[in-house]
Structures are given as C-alpha cells and as structure tokens.
Design a protein around this ligand. Sequence first.
Ligand code: C2E
Ligand code: MG
Ligand code: MG
Length: 450
Amino acid sequence: VLRDVSEQKQVEAQLEHLATHDILTGLPNRSILHDRLQRALDRAEREKKPFALLMFDLDGLKAINDTYGQKIGDIVLQSTAKRLVHATRGLDTVCRLGGDEFMLIVEDLLESGDSDLVARRILNAFDEPIGAGTHAISVTASVGISIYPFDGLDPETLVKKADLALSSSKQRETGGFQFYAPRMDAVNRERTRMEQGLRLALARDELYLVYQPLVELQSGRIAGVEALLRWRSAEMGLIGPNKFIPVAERCGLIVPIGQWVLETACRTNRQWQDEGLPWFPVSVNISAKQLQGADFVDTIEDVLRQTGLSPQLLELELTESTAMGDVRQSQEVLTRLKDLGVRIVIDDFGTGYSSLVRMKLIPMDGVKVDRSFIENIAEDPRDRALVMAIVALARNLGVEVVAEGVETREQLEVLRSFEGQPVDLFHCDKIQGNFFSSPIAPGEVPDLFQ
Ligand code: C2E
Ligand code: MG
Ligand code: MG
C-alpha cells in the first residue's frame, strides 16, 4: 500500500513554522531562543570564539500605537524587523521576543570590541524615520549586550545579563547601548533587596503618610492636603517615594500599597472632619497599575463607604502618562469616578507625553504645574511664559491650576503679580510647596489651621 503524505508533511512544516515564528514580522519567536543560543554556545566553545547577545528594545512603541493606531504600530514593528535583519549580516539570529523586544545573536566576533560596532550599526539603522502610511515616524531604540564567555557560560545567564544591561541603558538615556557590567548586579541586588523589604513593609507597619497643604494663591487659605508616602525600613532606614515607588510598580506591590494609602488618607481626612476642622479634600497619588486594575472604581467606592468620607473630599492625582496612556480606558474609568463625585487632577503637568487633543478627552478638574517650571520662574522669563501659557490653557478649559514646589517668596510674588495680567486669566488657583509648608505628620495638620 502506498500513501502520499507530502501534503501532510507540508501542513506539519507549516504548523512548525507558525509555532516557531512571529506572524507579524516573520522572525523566529521566543520558542527558538534557547535552541539558537545553545547552538551558538556549542559553536563558540568548539571554535574558541566569543559571541554577543544583544537585547533590543524599541522606545515608545506604546505612544506610537496610541497616537497613530495599532495598524501603524504594526508597520513600525515590521520595518524594525527588516532593518535589524539588514543591519546584521543575515548569518546572525534575529528573534522577536514579543512586544517591542528583539534579541540578536552575533557570532564570529574577532574580539569582543566588535560588538560595539554591531550595536552602533544597529542603532544607526534607525536614524531615518520609518515610513508608515502617510506618516514618517522617528524612532529610537535601546540595546543591552552580554558577551560569551566573559559574562556567562549558559543561555540563562547571558540573557539575564543582557537584560540587566538593557534596563541600565534605558535608565541612562534612550537611543543608546550598554554592555553588561558587574556593577549592574549590585543595582539589581539593591532592587531585589528593596522589593523583599517592601513585601514586608505593610505587615510590619513601616509605611506612613505625611501631608502637604495646598494653599489658595489669593487668600492664603488652606484648601486641601496631598498625602505623600514614606517608608521607614528596618534595614535600610528612611526611603523616599521616588526610590521605592518605581520598584513597587515593577513588581506589582503598588496595588496593595496604593490601596493602603487610599484607605489611610480617607480615614484620616474623615477624622479631621470629626475633630471639627474645616472641610478640605485630601489628594492621593495613583499609579497606572492601580488605574488599569479591573475593579478600580469599585475599590474607590468601597474605601469611601468604609471610611465614611464624602467623595467630594477625595482627589486623585494621576500623571499625564497614567491618565493618557490608554485614553479610551481612562476616559471610561475617570468618567465613572467623576460621576461618583471624586475629583481628578493631572499631576506633574507639562513634563509627560500628552497631546492637547487628549487633554480635551480626559475628564479632569485640575492640573498641577510641575515643579520644574516653578523652580526658575523668578529668574527665567521663558519659564514665566510657559507657566502663563499653561495657566491660560487650563483656565480656558475650565479646570483649576495648582503650582507645585513653590519654595521662595520671589516665586510666590511672580505667581501673584504676573506683571499686571488680568487675575482671572493668568493666575493659579492654588500653590503647594515648602515656602508655605513641607509635608508634615497628620497630627500636625490641625495646628496648621490654628
Ligand atoms: P508629586 O505627587 O509631584 O509630589 C510632590 C513632591 O514634591 C513631593 O515629594 C513633595 O515633598 C515635593 N515638594 C513639595 N514642595 C516642594 C518644594 O517646595 N520644593 C521641593 N524641592 N520639593 C517639594 P515626595 O513626597 O518625595 O514624592 C515624590 C513623588 O512620589 C510624588 O510626586 C508622587 O509622584 C510619588 N508619590 C508619593 N506618594 C505616593 C503614593 O502614595 N502613591 C503613588 N503612586 N505615588 C506617590
Ligand atoms: Mg502628587
Ligand atoms: Mg507633582
């Protein structure tokens, strides 16, 4: 009996190809990575030649998707794949690991310095903008490099070290490359240590909130307080949020921690009211991970119910990238929150990536002009001009304006006078900063009213 199995074989080959290749770019996918690395390792060992592992990450793909749409994002990824293949010699392995991450194996290095050239060639391949539809989109990328045998002798180690080098490169600047260096292990250990400490911080009662008042510019009346998180670690001492919040965000701990912050801030504000203080809203900083959680609105409702705080006395601060990352989703969530009566404010305004079109779409009650604009406002007319423009923009959109980080009387005077401009057009509503008061313990807040 004879049977023709060529069709079956063809289907099998197709299936195999589908399983091991990325549909969008046609490149091998993550499933091949280990295999290819092992092959490169065996060969390198045999021939006593180093090889390099490059992790490549396209900067800002999410912003491209948000701005131009998924289709254009796909075209950018396809062009990226083509440019990577072109920039290497065709012999080298180029894999798409998923999302905006690619991995390259560069073999036959004469010496490890060669990978420097390869990295430069790869980054140079992105000097020209990518044509997608009618758009010409400029992109940058970051690269992290590990080298066999110096940085590791097995696939896992080499991948880990290239990853470390990549995150180090992204932290320093975008559009650059970094070789793995042992000090990155130290940075990583520090991060791991902090992460482990943070896991215990809630249970050990090591987190606490301080509060910084917001003051009305014209009257000087206290018009609210912002809750700011602090961590007094048993092992590492007092740590500021700029250090540990990014760690908490990366490992997901920001969700339970943020929940604790919400509960504590709302309960404390309710207590102040019960003590007979004038009513004022408490502002709570919210991370993107919290906002994106499926049940964020329910969480807020629960917290308000449990603490008995009226929704008008809770204000949520979101940064531009948090609020405008996924506009459609935030639009829906923020609209529901506003319907509850909670106030929404955009924090660090002017420093993030946001378009005026989106500003119109996001429901908000106010913006907080970032400290960096206020810092030199007394000396630099350009900062003055920017602040005036931001205030005018916010005013015309009908939202409130807060100036952050007011430290000196001169800064305050500039914000008050604005060279005789009409008060209702160029003046902030509120200021916040160490000039009036730095963040203080909750017990000190009532004294401030005295
Ligand atoms: P932010 O929300 O913009 O908070 C204002 C920061 O500016 C605070 O720093 C505050 O202490 C500081 N500041 C206020 N006035 C002045 C001033 O006159 N001069 C100077 N130089 N600084 C001033 P802090 O407390 O270190 O917080 C830093 C950032 O950490 C916050 O920026 C916020 O983004 C984040 N953060 C703080 N608490 C939380 C939290 O509970 N959850 C989340 N997700 N993020 C938080
Ligand atoms: Mg804030
Ligand atoms: Mg801010």
